[in-house]
Design a protein around this ligand. Structure first.
Ligand SMILES: Nc1ncnc2c1ncn2[C@@H]1O[C@H](COP(=O)(O)OP(=O)(O)OP(=O)(O)O)[C@@H](O)[C@H]1O
Length: 295
């Protein structure tokens, strides 16, 4: 297994922008040990192999043999950079596969929304590429932070409009969703008359109109009341698609996400599975505090 494993470890580690020291710290081994694995001089024991697969978010077979990930690739970001008055994103690389629930974390101003907007094509990167291995028109759902609702039409009109554009118009389904999202009483109200939380619920309803392979949601629960927040996380949990969610809702990340990305200093500073964090008896909030403070 030597060479295939050594090669795969190096490849996955660099793709995910982890240093040998990062891996060593997560596994409680020395950096030299990781270096020896990558050079093919030694091999990790089974426990470390299992932990490595979790950290690198692949299955064991993929890690050991380099065989392709059975989860299909949905999205690849390569060398994405963006500056406004100062650099915001610096050479961001990322792959997203099916069945991944990804929490995108970072301090205020870290560049999370910028990254999401680049992925969904609202702004162009200065450098780098975004490649979908799915048809974004059919299989990508987005709920950006800024409301994209039309203020002077009614809730029902907006829902019908999006349903028609997406060719998923179904009167019964719309009525069910209005009930589920507690928006029946507002269905004939102009969107500009809705509260902030109601607008978020409507955006969420719209993002649920059609099945997708990948959903991208930027702070979906901001401005929602507690019942709606609860409802949102259950809804997310019931969906089978991959999701990338920007959220500061740390109470929920432990329960609902499989992978955590930490954006810091313009880079994906950490990219780890939730399980690997829990395996070290940390909550995501504790992990975030430690990692976001590290220099
Ligand atoms: N259109 C723009 N023009 C100029 N600067 C911008 C623009 N959009 C974002 N920025 C700057 O880029 C940086 C990253 O902003 P971004 O909104 O992506 O951060 P964020 O991580 O989503 O923050 P938050 O958690 O506060 O929503 C900030 O310094 C912001 O001021």
């Amino acid at each position: 297994m030597h060479n295939a494993f050594a090669h795969q470890l190096l490849k996955l580690r660099t793709e995910q922008q982890l240093s040998q020291t990062d891996i060593a710290n997560l596994l409680f081994v020395s950096r030299q040990a990781v270096s020896k694995w990558e050079n093919g001089d030694t091999e990790p024991n089974l426990d470390n192999l299992i932990a490595l697969a979790r950290i690198l978010n692949v299955n064991l077979e993929n890690l050991i043999t380099g065989s392709s990930n059975p989860n299909s690739l949905l999205l690849t970001l390569s060398h994405v950079s963006k500056s406004f008055s100062k650099p915001v994103l610096k050479d961001v690389n990322l792959t997203v596969h099916s069945h991944e629930r990804i929490a995108l974390l970072g301090a205020n101003g870290a560049g999370k929304t910028t990254l999401i907007q680049i992925i969904i094509g609202l702004i162009n990167p200065d450098k780098g590429t975004v490649k979908f291995d799915l048809d974004p028109k059919k299989s990508l759902n987005i709920m950006p932070q800024e409301n994209v609702l039309i203020p002077d039409i009614t809730v029902l009109e907006q829902i019908k409009l999006v349903s028609l554009i997406n060719k998923v118009y179904n009167e019964e389904n719309i009525q069910n969703l209005l009930a589920k999202f507690s928006l029946i009483d507002q269905s004939n109200q102009l969107i500009q008359k809705l509260s902030g939380g109601q607008k978020r619920r409507l955006s969420l309803l719209i993002s649920s109109l059609r099945p997708a392979k990948l959903s991208i949601l930027d702070e979906p629960t901001v401005g929602m009341d507690l019942d709606s927040i609860d409802f949102f996380w259950k809804l997310l949990n019931s969906r089978n698609e991959s999701t990338i969610v920007v959220t500061h809702d740390f109470n929920q990340i432990d329960r609902y996400f499989s992978r955590v990305l930490l954006l810091k200093d313009g880079k994906i500073f950490r990219d780890v599975s939730t399980k690997s964090i829990h395996n070290h008896n940390q909550s995501i909030a504790q992990w975030y505090r430690i990692n976001n403070e590290e220099g």
